[in-house]
Design a protein around this ligand. Structure first.
Ligand SMILES: NC(=O)c1ccc[n+]([C@@H]2O[C@H](COP(=O)([O-])OP(=O)(O)OC[C@H]3O[C@@H](n4cnc5c(N)ncnc54)[C@H](OP(=O)(O)O)[C@@H]3O)[C@@H](O)[C@H]2O)c1
Length: 406
């Protein structure tokens, strides 16, 4: 963890500054001009634990202290501060950088990423089985223009990423190794861009979210739903967008449609059932014994146990979410939408979901309205390899979010 010395931490500027750095994951050390009672300083820090914040006593003269809290809010004040101790050491901000001075707090927030040092990231260095996933200590990524630095609350597991890890997507989805896993992100903005400011809660479909911090173009992020815990919202982007596009764009489900959702117990299926119900369809869903109750609770009108009963026919549309659908499914509906293997039928489409922040924002609105529920099974980042292994054995159901616990 990076330690950030904050000079003048007990002042009007210093207090929120300390809190910003701590939220950004840095260890804050405060430096006081005079030997200060840590208990009194802790109280002055308005809730910041003086011991956990690493308060150090520092006699005057050993450091270039700057009591910015006493002299005003501009960085100029900080730069000129040491002048009190024996002559000017530098000029104003504009003289030094050519840029206008800003409030110290603003400057510190904008530069927070530069103080963060390293982080843990779940990466693959080569393609292979789940043992190729390792937790590595790597530099915190720096956001470029138009990019946001996010403190990640959670990512989620998507089966396609197991395919990526095995190297099966090499031809369609080239990545540079080592590669940080994690397409779904839910987190808090550290360094803002594009209308997002520090502290905003966001979600999105990005690259490299299986880490303590991630950068993403502001344009692919949307505000996180407020009704559910932030980490749970990591379940939404890939699975929710795929379900959204299957139901509304490809199947074009409307009121009175009879839709068969094959594979409703999975991450995509749980969203698809709810969206199809919201569209006014009669929803027939396939689910095994372990998922039947959840699928029914989310609104399916009929739940067929695919481990025991044949799939029912007479549907307007079949949305297939199961790998390798049998050829016989073509007898079950008039139209077909598949997100996995192709279905050989003139009225069948197969698609790969696209990143669509507009659709994601609409989905977030439905979540906040209580129309769409988000159910998750949460695991820690350290267990990501185990999640991949469990998925390969068919041992996970619904949506697994992978929490980045600090
Ligand atoms: N094209 C795209 O853009 C796109 C996007 C996302 C995902 N995908 C792919 O779509 C598939 C589904 O994704 P997902 O995230 O929903 O996967 P998932 O969460 O891993 O799905 C697992 C679920 O599949 C169900 N299942 C397994 N075999 C079944 C069968 N024969 N009949 C009915 N249900 C069965 C199980 O339900 P029970 O618990 O009821 O047994 C299990 O809970 C994956 O192959 C994934 O790679 C494609």
């Amino acid at each position: 963890m990076t330690r950030v010395p904050v000079i003048g931490a007990s002042g009007a500027i210093g207090r929120p500054l300390v809190n910003h750095f701590r939220k950004a994951g840095a260890g804050v050390r405060t430096v006081t001009r005079e030997p200060t009672d840590p208990v009194a300083l802790g109280a002055a820090l308005d809730g910041v634990d003086a011991v956990r914040a690493g308060v150090v006593r520092q006699p005057c003269g050993d450091v270039a202290y700057s009591p910015v809290h006493e002299r005003g809010v501009a960085v100029d004040g900080m730069l000129r501060g040491p002048a009190n101790g024996g002559g000017p050491v530098t000029g104003t901000v504009r003289e030094v950088t050519g840029a206008p001075s800003v409030a110290f707090e603003t400057w510190a927030i904008e530069h927070a990423s530069e103080f963060l040092g390293t982080m843990w990231a779940a990466r693959i260095h080569e393609y292979g089985d789940a043992s190729v996933i390792s937790l590595d200590e790597v530099p915190v990524p720096r956001p470029g223009p138009g990019e946001v630095l996010i403190r990640v609350a959670a990512t989620s597991f998507n089966p396609s990423e197991a395919g990526l890890r095995m190297g099966l997507l090499r031809d369609v989805l080239g990545v540079t190794l080592p590669h940080t896993l994690g397409w779904d992100v839910a987190g808090t903005v550290v360094t803002g861009a594009g209308g997002f400011v520090p502290g905003d809660r966001v979600i999105g479909l990005i690259d490299g979210a299986a880490a303590e911090y991630a950068v993403a173009k502001a344009s692919v992020l949307v505000r996180a739903p407020e009704r559910i815990p932030l980490a749970d919202a990591a379940a939404v982007p890939v699975a929710g967008l795929t379900a959204w596009q299957a139901v509304f764009e490809h199947a074009r489900i409307g009121r009175g449609s009879r839709v068969l959702i094959n594979g409703a117990g999975g991450g995509v299926g749980l969203f698809a059932v709810q969206l199809a119900k919201h569209a006014g369809a009669h929803v027939v869903a396939t689910a095994g014994p372990r998922s039947a109750a959840a699928v029914r609770a989310l609104g399916a009108d009929e739940v067929i146990d695919y481990t025991r009963a044949p799939l029912p026919g007479g549907n307007d549309v079949l949305i297939n979410l199961v790998a390798d659908p049998p050829a016989s499914v073509t007898r079950l509906a008039e139209e077909f939408v598949s997100i996995t293997g192709p279905i050989e039928h003139p009225r069948a489409v197969r698609f790969v979901a696209r990143n669509d922040p507009g659709g994601l924002a609409e989905l977030v609105a439905l979540i906040d309205e209580g129309v769409v529920e988000v159910e998750v099974d949460a695991r820690p980042l350290e267990s990501l390899a185990e999640v991949h292994r469990a998925a390969e054995r068919g041992m996970i159901r619904g949506k697994v979010v992978v929490k980045v616990v600090k």
